[in-house]
Design a protein around this ligand. Structure first.
Ligand code: ADP
Length: 402
């Protein structure tokens, strides 16, 4: 029998559970899949094992615990060669508050600390906890590790993470900016160093993670010094359905003048805003690009606001970084949309960014590399590998504890 060498990654989101089995050394993926639309009538489990794609329908009341039981059953019957090789389970946890600046082996103390961060991420941390509890019960022999989205940004200085609110709100209730997408931004910083052949401590990176959720980070010598998401993932860039930055007075106006309830405001800002709200069409960047080309005014406007806001953040992050070694695009939009990359850097002509149109067209759909002209500031595209970061942390912690 082979020594255990693989990591199972579990990522419990607000209505999905993503999973994968990876080799933490090479990043090779042996299994990946997800349970989608949990709690709905169209809930299903889809996965790819070896070269086979498969699907299993789920019942409406199947929750995270049930899905993990189904996975255990598959590991016993169909994926047993992987089960025997499981070294660790790595859990993605969105919010670690100020309690976690790095990944940790899970024990009772860690569980209660994650529980204490639930108020900061009510849509995410409770489901991550449910996933962890179910995995602890299902795989009692395998060590488990929590990897936090917020941890990488714990290096931000106080002038970047504090809101200009009464200081006691920070002291008593931990109200401050935390930032998310930490595993992605960390990967981008490390991979940029590799691609440029420089040590991480010597490079300063602006990492733009543009997916349905979007955030940008200023990373100085491998340490996050500022990022666009705040106490929650609502702050910062325009996103698929989230508003990003807005005037907090607007919330008072919605409540007082337009009689919105708190639940209605939460729904509006999280699910009905961003590119969906502006375009009145879709949250999907690809669909919006097609519609804009066809003359759809709302789609064009949504994309323009998205790129303009992004360009403003990129320009702002030259402040903490002084010298920027590279601007990097990642996430579904960053990795694939030549249009968004062009429009954003067009706004930044004052910063001398110049894309090479042929490279910008070419480096898409999983490709990696430079898209700026020779002798102009580096602009790179790097497909993000958040699962690999989780797998590496999990393997390192488990091996270190052995
Ligand atoms: P999530 O945050 O859900 O992980 P992704 O990183 O998968 O999201 O990014 C999803 C976004 O990427 C969607 O807006 C989608 O339209 C966009 N995207 C994917 N492929 C393309 C493409 N070829 N052109 C433009 N946008 C794309």
């Amino acid at each position: 029998m082979l020594d255990p060498d693989l990591v199972l990654i579990l990522n419990c989101g607000s209505s999905s559970l993503k999973f994968a089995v990876l080799d933490p050394e090479s990043g090779k993926e042996f299994l990946c899949g997800q349970a989608n639309a949990l709690g709905g009538t169209t809930a299903k489990l889809v996965w790819r094992y070896r070269t086979q794609n498969e699907t299993q329908q789920l019942a409406r009341d199947d929750d995270y615990t049930t899905v993990i039981r189904i996975l255990v059953d598959r590991f016993d019957r169909q994926w047993s060669e992987l089960r025997e090789r499981l070294l660790a389970i790595g859990h993605r946890v969105v919010h670690g508050g100020e309690l976690f600046a790095s990944s940790v082996l899970i024990d009772e103390e860690v569980l209660s600390a994650i529980r204490s961060c639930c108020e900061l991420a009510p849509l995410h941390n409770p489901v991550a906890l449910e996933g962890i509890q179910a995995a602890l019960a299902a795989f009692p022999q395998v060590s488990q590790v929590a990897v936090f989205d917020t941890a990488f940004h714990q290096s931000m200085p106080d002038y970047a993470y504090l809101y200009a609110l009464p200081y006691r709100l920070y002291q008593q209730h931990h109200i401050r900016r935390y930032g998310m997408h930490g595993s992605s931004h960390r990967y981008i910083s490390e991979r940029t160093a590799q691609l440029l052949g420089k040590p991480v401590p010597e490079i300063n990176v602006i990492s733009a993670h543009l997916g349905n959720g979007a955030s940008i980070a200023a990373i100085k010598g491998g340490h996050s010094v500022d990022t666009s998401m705040g106490l929650t993932p609502l702050e910062g860039l325009v996103m698929g359905t989230r508003c990003g930055d807005l005037d907090p007075g607007l919330l008072l106006y919605l409540g007082r003048t337009l009689n919105y309830s708190l639940d209605e405001i939460e729904q509006l800002l999280n699910w009905e805003s961003g590119m969906t709200g502006l375009s009145e069409l879709s949250n999907d960047c690809r669909a919006l690009e097609q519609a804009a080309e066809g003359g759809h005014t709302g789609a064009r406007l949504a994309l323009e606001v998205f790129c303009y806001r992004l360009a403003k953040y990129i320009a702002a992050y030259t402040i903490p970084l002084h010298q920027v070694t590279a601007l990097v695009f990642t996430g579904g939009i960053g990795e694939n949309s030549a249009w968004v990359r062009t429009r954003t850097t067009d706004w930044l002509n004052g910063h001398a960014y110049q894309l090479d149109p042929a490279l910008n067209e070419k480096i898409r759909f999983g490709a990696e590399g430079r898209i700026s002209r020779q002798n102009t500031p580096e602009v790179l595209v790097i497909p993000t590998r958040e699962e690999w970061v989780i797998a590496r942390d999990a393997a390192q912690l488990v091996r270190g504890a052995a």
